[in-house]
Design a protein around this ligand. Structure first.
Ligand code: SF4
Ligand code: SF4
Length: 90
């Protein structure tokens, strides 16, 4: 089964207005390699107009970005109870 097939079996309950990850993008300009762009399995991190943009709504809560970020820019917490990712549908 491909990663795309597995991702199709995921559901999200988005806690609108309460992101469980907050990225301090003021630290990102000095980050030359930007490993978050390659490590996030669902591409929550993107470059737009030479600036890092983070969208948390599709996060699968793997915690990888928190580990690979060399600048300590990722403030990562679990979502509130009842919110976040749900696995193994379909
Ligand atoms: S790895 Fe961390 S510091 Fe570097 S661009 Fe990504 S979030 Fe910013
Ligand atoms: S926790 Fe995982 S899925 Fe969520 S933004 Fe970080 S790397 Fe991406």
């Amino acid at each position: 089964m491909s990663i795309d097939d597995k991702l199709l079996r995921i559901r999200f309950v988005v806690d609108s207005g309460t992101p469980h990850i907050i990225v301090d993008t003021t630290r990102c300009a000095g980050c030359s390699e930007k490993p978050c762009l390659f490590a996030c399995p669902v591409q929550c991190y993107k470059m737009e107009s030479h600036a890092l943009v983070f969208n948390w709504e599709n996060c699968v809560e793997c915690g990888t970005c928190r580990i690979v970020c060399p600048g300590g820019a990722v403030n990562w917490n679990y979502p509130r109870g009842g919110f976040g990712v749900c696995f193994r549908f379909g």
